[in-house]
Design a protein around this ligand. Structure first.
Ligand SMILES: [Zn+2]
Length: 98
């Protein structure tokens, strides 16, 4: 991932530490049942940083992850994991045959 560019007057987001994504909140995890899923940081909205005004007052609509966005993120993650799992099994089966 490319390094976050912090301009003068901007600060790294304290919630996600500039990683742009945070582990999904526990109640959401329980709700949907995928542990370790990461979602777009609700504090910086996935930008990884805040400017000095946002640092004080927060970005607009803080902590309000839209369900649609949440589902998109989770679907992406789930699909990625599925592909990784399948690849691993596939590789294992090939290696066993050799
Ligand atoms: Zn953040």
């Amino acid at each position: 991932m490319s390094r976050l560019k912090i301009n003068p007057g901007e600060y790294i987001c304290s919630k996600c530490k500039g990683k742009r994504k945070i582990p999904i909140e526990e109640d959401h995890t329980r709700l949907i049942g995928i542990i370790g899923t990461k979602v777009t940081c609700p504090t910086c909205h996935g930008t990884g940083k805040l400017d000095w005004i946002e640092k004080i007052v927060g970005k607009k609509q803080p902590r309000n992850i839209s369900l649609k966005l949440l589902m998109q993120d989770m679907a992406k993650e789930a699909a990625q994991r599925l592909v990784e799992d399948i690849d691993k099994e596939f590789l294992d089966s090939i290696l066993k045959e050799i």
